[in-house]
Design a protein around this ligand. Structure first.
Ligand code: PMP
Length: 395
């Protein structure tokens, strides 16, 4: 047959992420590519316990359909966690979704028509660009530095794009740069969003993984106009295989997102929602996250120390206070996608994500994202050292 594709498919293309996940599966390659959490930290015994308790004949409700917005008990638990984090949230404000990723898909469906302007950090999370693509946005990208989105540049961008509808941000330990938005900029971002009447999508999968520095309030907690759609996820604090996240926003947003969610997939897995709820009830997730933080801190320190020893000084790197990512900057003229082809060869056998695809408007070739999670210490040192050797030869 002739496959006559819908127009929206024009922006839907295979992604660099898919290729990289393939490299990551080859055991001879040391991959800093995926944003996988460290699998040795998954609470396997505890999850086995809660699933076993659910899968008995008298508890079979966990195998049944449930409400499309998510199990009420889990929504209440999420609301309680967000309230402890400074926002005022009830179970009714929470929509359970298939990880934060589904929130990005639903948010774009909610407000973006073809050609509408979506404002993002420059660079931004590649998965968001992938999720937004079928709605055919145009992008306006805002400069970032070690304190996140530069709000002076945001003002300039919004003045140049008066019709902008949606502002997407990862304020905590951003993917890919690792940067965290300062308190002053959080306030200013919301002021500008109010002025320009934007829906702000606050994406926070790494928020609990702060291992250094001081706490910042969520945009959700600072919002006075119901314009923040806050997305969170159990992927990095429990396990990504559960595919569980949450979307929280004003009643008019959450209700419509719920309709879109119903259309997309009816509901999340009842079993995974019930198991996660039972986990939260029985075990102490905060204690679990507290055990993860020093592990990631150690890995960040080890990666940066190894780079200090083995990388040429001209290669810049960020120093995240949490999360999973370091962002590298190479000199002008260096192409990190070409270099990946060489560093993947048996001499080094190292993978990372070239930075170009994280830029929504003008792709800068001289950057790379490296992740320190999910790689054992000895391989981390080995991989960074081998990459450094090759960089010295080329720079
Ligand atoms: N947002 C950001 C910034 C991410 O880095 C990720 C995953 N790496 C996601 C959303 C989606 O994660 P999940 O769907 O597993 O919650």
């Amino acid at each position: 047959m002739t496959l006559r594709l819908a127009r929206r498919m024009s922006g839907v293309r295979p992604s660099a992420i898919r290729d990289l996940l393939r490299f990551g599966a080859d055991p001879s390659v040391i991959s800093f590519g995926g944003g996988y959490p460290d699998a040795s930290l998954f609470p396997v015994d505890e999850l086995a316990d809660v699933y076993a308790r659910l899968l008995v004949p008298e508890r079979s409700a966990a195998l049944q359909y449930t409400t499309s917005n998510g199990l009420p008990v889990l929504r209440a638990q999420v609301a309680e966690r967000l309230t402890r984090d400074g926002a005022s949230v009830t179970a009714d404000d929470v929509l359970i979704i298939q990880g934060g990723q589904q929130g990005l898909d639903l948010a774009a469906k909610l407000v973006v028509d073809p050609g509408d302007v979506v404002v993002t950090e420059d660079p931004t999370f590649l998965g968001a660009l992938i999720a937004f693509a079928p709605t055919e946005p145009t992008y306006a990208a805002v400069r970032t530095d070690e304190h996140g989105m530069d709000t002076d540049d945001l003002q300039r961008v919004l003045e140049a794009n008066p019709g902008a509808k949606l502002l997407y941000t990862v304020p905590d330990f951003q993917n890919p740069t690792g940067a965290t938005l300062s308190f002053e900029r959080r306030r200013r971002l919301l002021e500008l969003a109010n002025e320009h009447d934007l829906l702000v999508v606050e994406d926070t999968p790494y928020r609990s993984l702060r291992f250094e520095g001081s706490h910042r309030p969520t945009l959700l907690s600072l919002d006075t106009e119901g314009r923040v759609l806050h997305l969170g996820s159990f992927s990095k604090i429990l396990a990504p295989g559960l595919r569980l996240g949450w979307a929280v926003g004003s009643p008019e947003v959450v209700e419509r997102l719920g309709l879109l969610k119903l259309a997309a997939d009816t509901q999340n897995s009842t079993l995974n929602m019930a198991a996660t709820s039972a986990y939260l009830e029985t075990y102490d997730i905060d204690a679990h996250v507290a055990r993860m933080r020093p592990v990631y801190r150690h890995k960040r320190d080890l990666m940066l120390a190894t780079m200090d020893e083995t990388f040429p000084d001209v290669v810049t790197r960020t120093r995240p206070e949490g999360g999973l990512f370091v962002w590298l900057g190479f000199p002008e003229g260096f192409d990190a996608t070409d270099f990946l082809g060489r560093v993947l060869l048996p001499e080094a056998s190292v993978a990372y994500v070239p930075g170009a695809t994280f830029f929504p408007v003008t792709q800068q070739p001289n950057h790379a994202r490296v992740s320190y999670s999910g790689v054992p210490d000895d391989r981390l040192v080995d991989g960074i050292t081998r990459m450094g050797r090759l960089l010295h030869r080329e720079l």
